[in-house]
Design a protein around this ligand. Structure first.
Ligand SMILES: *Cc1c(COP(=O)(O)O)cnc(C)c1O
Ligand SMILES: [Zn+2]
Length: 409
């Protein structure tokens, strides 16, 4: 049973039926899913949620599909890790990592949004899914299309990491590399979407897709023992995840599941692509599009679809935005790996190194409960760190050979 009432324009409030549409015909505002919260409140309790299997569908009343999921059933419910060692290094006594670098099945938080989008595409009767992607979305759409026995067309920028390309092509989709940045790919896909009757997960299915991100926030609140953190630091690309984490805490509060959240939401971007954090630092309510140039390719979106709303969330919660250089991103990746044994991709390095700055600036205090969003897996972006690591020492399988090099290790 579904609690979805339909879609609604975020700007003018006009209501629409639940259909594969994403912009308001009247004001061009983005559409979002409208729920029957009174109905949900009558059935959804902490106990009911806790009684369900450990995956994102334990919050099914708040996820916009009508029936049972037929694909992506195992996604989500990733570990929330108490990070004592990293906390010591950063000067934080109450630090947690939400680790979607191990999200099933393609090792990024995109498995949450894609699970919703592909199920919704099936419900709408599509036989083909598609996306414009910076890499992780490509992996996830291709994998879920394979498992749903649907065709897929994946559009990516032509400069992606090997891990992102191989991790897409293995599932047998049609992959099209576009000469240009993600923003060029996205603009091009809007044209394709107007002609080809496909489910573009982050275009015509976007209102449903976006709500998959809410489960990242629901899980944080549940795993903290049914409360929202004081701070959350989120890597920002299109700005969907950051707005949905904020929404998830407020929904939980309105449903009586947690106390009123006082969470400050912090945006993290790479200096080479920081339209959102630059606007926040300059006190602007909207961003200026930029041309991306950073190793954090998965979050290199110069013209973020929900950027305006991401800035608003940060400002209304009393958070802040910071950016970090490519060198600092690598330092952040290594720091996380060496302190917590977690290998994250470049976007995770952005989160870690931005957090360091926020602590130094006094914006995040030592005793506050802080959660960092680790959104992707380091094995997909090995290029970023490969050359900075100590090479293995090669020797003959002889004890004398080992004894010779042992003292220099
Ligand atoms: C897509 C992505 C993000 C950001 O997502 P948005 O919702 O577009 O802001 C963060 N981290 C990783 C690893 C991603 O792939
Ligand atoms: Zn409108």
């Amino acid at each position: 049973m579904s609690f979805v009432l339909g879609l609604k324009c975020r700007e003018c409030g006009r209501e629409y039926p639940s259909e594969p549409i994403h912009v308001c015909e009247f004001c061009f505002g983005p559409l979002e899913v409208r729920y029957d919260y009174d109905g949900i409140k009558r059935v959804l309790t902490r106990e009911l949620i806790e009684s369900r299997p450990a995956n994102m569908w334990r919050y099914r009343e708040l996820i916009p599909i009508d029936g049972e999921p037929s694909v992506g059933q195992h996604n989500g419910f990733t570990p929330l890790v108490k990070a004592e060692n990293l906390g010591k290094a950063l000067g934080l006594n109450n630090l947690y990592l939400k680790n979607d670098g191990v999200c099933y099945p393609t090792l990024s938080f995109k498995d949450r949004v894609v699970a919703v989008a592909v199920n919704k595409a099936k419900e709408f009767g599509y036989d083909t899914v598609a996306c414009a992607s910076t890499g992780n979305l490509a992996n996830s759409v291709a994998a879920h299309a394979a498992s749903a026995d649907m065709k897929s067309y994946i559009f990516i920028p032509n400069d992606l990491e090997t891990g992102k390309i191989v991790g897409t092509s293995i599932y047998g989709p049609h992959v099209i590399a576009i000469k240009g940045s993600y923003d060029d790919v996205n603009r091009f896909c809007s044209e394709v979407a107007a002609v080809f009757k496909w489910a573009f997960v982050n275009i015509n299915i976007r209102p449903f897709y976006g709500d998959g991100s809410k489960t990242f926030g629901y899980e944080i609140a549940e795993q903290l023992g049914w409360r929202a953190p004081d701070n959350v630091v989120v890597p920002v690309a299109g700005s969907s995840l950051i707005t949905k984490i904020y929404k998830s805490f407020n929904e939980f509060h309105n449903l009586g599941l947690i106390d009123k959240p006082k969470t400050k939401v912090f945006a993290a971007q790479a200096t080479g692509c920081s339209p959102v954090t630059t606007a926040i630092k300059n006190g602007q309510t909207d961003f200026k599009p930029v041309k991306p140039n950073t190793i954090a390719k998965s979050i290199a979106i110069g013209n973020p679809a929900d950027g305006y709303y991401g800035i608003k969330v940060v400002n209304t919660t009393g958070g802040w935005g910071e950016d970090t250089t490519d060198e600092e991103i690598v330092v952040g990746m290594k720091l996380l790996a060496e302190t917590e044994g977690i290998f994250t991709e470049t976007a995770g390095g952005v989160t870690i190194s931005v957090t360091k700055k926020l602590v130094e600036q006094g914006r995040i205090k030592p005793d506050e409960l802080t959660v960092l969003a680790i959104t992707g897996q380091g094995l997909k972006t090995m290029e970023a760190v490969e050359k900075t690591l100590v090479k293995p020492v090669t020797i003959e399988p002889k004890l004398s050979a080992f004894e010779e090099i042992y003292k220099n290790l």
